[in-house]
Design a protein around this ligand. Structure first.
Ligand code: SF4
Length: 747
């Protein structure tokens, strides 16, 4: 069947993933007979979501002619509908082919030398005028690791600016802070293989059916293999994921810390906690510092299911059942993503999910683990691990910690006390600083903040004289704001490493040349470094050399992936760190003896990220969201994804087969609410919040609960983020995209 016809059947949206993976063989041709005509096959990785599916790419006469799921990779040959379109990327409409400089208000063609000379001059002038705090780099969880690493080193070690941040701040900063606080180290302890062993899936603030379809299919296969496996879904919408749940808790947006604390209440009240595990492996902490088990019991006592149920608009019975299933299942695996991370209490929510696992001993066994899902293919490996955020340094080090700075200075071969001790600006502050003139020159790579920032109209503005450079493969709502646009290579037009959510690093080798004059982001960064006089610092110029430098840096740290040589990455289907020697198979479950080589022998479980080798149970009080329904703004808007499109649709919405099957982003509204407002599907409505107003089309649907409306953020014409609130989590500085009070009126 032709892909276009296959998509039109609609199969993919209900059972198509399974069909694609098992019956169609998950192989798709981009040329007639591509599968049969391919002369060679090359292992690679999907460029889209954080699942990081392995794919095999068929080539003929130097062209990509087919792509299939890699049976030998962790995804066992499965791909979702987006992955099946990978072979279209070389033919993507509207690629940027040459550099452009804005002249007379218009972006006009330039040579690379003209563009890069101008960029270097502007950065140099800004450094003279404003100092290192006046320049910035804004990166992406889609850049390759070598690219994020080089940008971070150039700006922090070379130009002495810690204004290095990126889109993972918008999607997983709260998860990263949560892991560091609870375990002392970032990144999930578990792995995808845990999906095959879990007896209870606790899915909260995530819609994996649409956003991580291959992982969701793996959960469904587990359920089919063992019908006693339970699935709990916490979501204000009855999503496609929730349709498969044994228990769906449609909580009001912004209230789920109340739910988690209430589950802890039930677990302690009914003696479902694993106190032996807790005593041996955990410490307890409240806002004042270390505390006792008795204080913990007292803290949770006030979170009765009855009180929580009133706050969340669900029945107390649902909370009791969820707590029992979570605590008593042979192995519970929690999965969460933006619904938890993009919240004012995002770090507290992450802490508390981990706390439930620690309290019940649901960790360190196959299938028992907290596991945060990741939005982008290389947010973990590229940005979190390399420390490419404004507060961070590579390998879990922090800018504000003098010892950490000294360690990184030694690893980078810098004289002592030469790294800037002041953390830089996090994403929202960085764009605020562009608006008020504190940032004079910024480079944005491989991301689209002109569409993704909350309270968008405010942050799309720039001060007169703030010079903006954007490198991307296609025109976006961000390139339209730039003074210089640099054409970037995409996917297999360049080479690099992606690191996905289970700590697995995978190599993507270059197979084709980029179109026109496009260059890899690494080439652009190396060029900029030379022009800014940083050639003695940025000495690794190709992906393998950068990887080796980065790999060697990890030797003395708890990340240690020095055993992942480039040669191994070329041969193997990715490796999970820690991986300290060239013969180490990689670590599936962290902190577990026999699996993790860093565990103290004889300890069985060793939370070695903390000095006392114990994980922390944090007692985190629930606070109501700053955005609550009111008379003026009676609805809560929440945003998210659709299965056909990835992020802002800059790539997927340029693929005709996907574009054809994606309706424009609309406002999903419950039939009861629609009736009250006197609107029906297809009507135009004005949606107004305290932050902005937009007009969009109604889609009446039973998916959201009453009082809640939903819109996807993929649509560049709708720009839903113009109305979304920009409150931040005070610890992670991640914006709360999930709870905005709005007013709706028929337009
Ligand atoms: S988009 Fe995600 S789930 Fe789909 S094929 Fe790519 S990596 Fe796999």
């Amino acid at each position: 069947m032709e892909r276009r016809d296959f998509l039109k059947t609609g199969f993919w949206s209900s059972i198509g993933l399974y069909l694609a993976s098992r019956q169609v063989g998950c192989a798709f041709e981009t040329e007639p007979d591509g599968l049969a005509r391919a002369q060679s096959w090359h292992k690679s990785v999907c460029r889209f979501c954080g699942t990081g599916c392995g794919v095999v790419v068929g080539m003929r006469d130097g062209k990509i002619v087919a792509v299939r799921g890699d049976e030998l990779a962790h995804n066992k040959g499965m791909m979702c509908v987006k992955g099946t379109m990978l072979a279209e990327l070389p033919k993507l409409e509207g690629r940027l082919l040459y550099p452009m400089i804005r002249k007379d208000g218009r972006l006009q063609r330039a040579t690379w030398d003209e563009a890069m000379t101008l960029v270097a001059d502007k950065f140099r002038e800004t450094l003279d005028r404003l100092g290192p705090s006046g320049i910035a780099f804004y990166g992406s969880g889609q850049l390759y690791t070598q690219e994020s690493y080089t940008a971070n080193k150039l700006f922090k070690a070379g130009l002495k600016s810690n204004n290095v941040d990126g889109n993972p701040r918008l999607c997983m900063a709260s998860a990263a802070f949560g892991y560091v606080q609870s375990f002392g180290k970032d990144e999930p302890p578990g792995c995808y293989e845990d999906l095959d062993h879990a007896a209870c899936f606790f899915i909260i603030g995530a819609n994996p059916y649409e956003a991580h379809p291959v992982l969701f299919e793996r959960m469904r296969l587990r359920q089919k293999a063992d019908p006693s496996v339970k699935m709990i879904v916490v979501d204000p919408r009855r999503t496609r994921t929730a349709e498969y749940a044994d228990l769906h808790l449609p909580v009001l947006p912004g209230t789920d810390l109340m739910l988690l604390n209430s589950m802890a209440h039930v677990i302690l009240r009914d003696n479902l906690a694993d106190l032996e595990f807790l005593n041996v492996h955990c410490t307890i902490q409240d806002a004042a510092g270390p505390t006792t088990l008795d204080k913990m019991r007292a803290f949770y006592r006030e979170y009765t299911p009855e009180r929580a149920a009133r706050e969340m608009g669900i029945s107390a019975n649902l909370i009791e059942t969820a707590a029992y299933l979570f605590a008593t299942s042979p192995a519970t695996m929690s999965l969460w993503t933006m619904g938890i991370n993009q919240r004012v209490q995002g770090v507290f929510l992450n802490n508390t999910i981990i706390t439930l696992h620690l309290m019940t001993g649901q960790i360190g066994r196959p299938g028992a683990t907290p596991f945060s899902l990741t939005g982008q293919g290389n947010a973990c490996g590229g940005v979190r691990d390399t420390g490419s955020l404004s507060h961070a340094l590579p390998l879990g080090h922090q800018v504000a910690n003098p010892e950490h700075r000294h360690t990184v200075e030694r690893l980078w071969g810098l004289p002592p006390d030469t790294l800037n001790p002041e953390p830089g600006l996090h994403t929202v502050d960085l764009f605020k600083a562009m608006k008020d003139g504190r940032i004079g020159a910024a480079l944005i790579m491989c991301t689209n903040p002109g569409q993704t920032l909350p309270n968008l109209d405010v942050y799309r503005r720039r001060a007169e004289g703030c010079f903006l450079v954007v490198a991307d493969a296609v025109e976006t709502r961000t390139t339209e704001l730039a003074d210089v646009v640099l054409p970037a290579a995409l996917w297999l037009e360049k080479e690099g490493v992606y690191g996905q959510a289970e700590r697995r690093y995978q190599l993507l080798q270059k197979l084709i040349d980029p179109p026109g004059e496009a260059r890899s982001d690494l080439d652009i960064l190396v060029d900029l470094a030379k022009r800014l006089g940083q050639d003695s610092l940025i000495t690794a110029h190709d992906p393998e050399a950068v990887w080796d430098e980065w790999r060697q840096m990890s030797v003395s740290t708890k990340y240690n992936f020095s055993g992942m040589t480039y040669d191994r990455l070329k041969r193997e289907r990715g490796l999970q760190w820690p991986c300290p020697t060239v013969d180490h198979p990689g670590t599936r479950r962290r902190y577990v003896e026999g699996d993790d080589p860093l565990v103290t022998p004889g300890s069985k479980i060793d939370f070695y990220g903390k000095p006392d080798h114990k994980a922390v149970i944090f007692l985190r009080p629930y606070e109501p969201s700053p955005e609550r329904p009111s008379e003026t703004y009676p609805f809560l808007l929440t945003t998210g994804r659709v299965i056909q499109q990835w992020h802002t649709g800059t790539i997927t919405n340029r693929i005709p087969a996907l574009r054809d099957v994606t309706p424009p982003a609309s406002l999903e509204i419950n039939p009861e609410d629609a009736h009250r407002l006197g609107v029906t599907s297809g009507d135009a409505v004005t949606v107004a919040s305290r932050f902005g107003t937009i007009t969009l089309t109604v889609a009446v649907s039973p998916v959201p609960r009453t009082g809640v409306v939903f819109a996807s953020f993929y649509d560049a014409d709708v720009l839903i983020n113009r109305v979304v609130a920009d409150y931040l989590d005070p610890i992670s500085k991640q914006p709360d995209y999930k709870t905005t009070a709005v007013h709706i009126r028929k337009a």
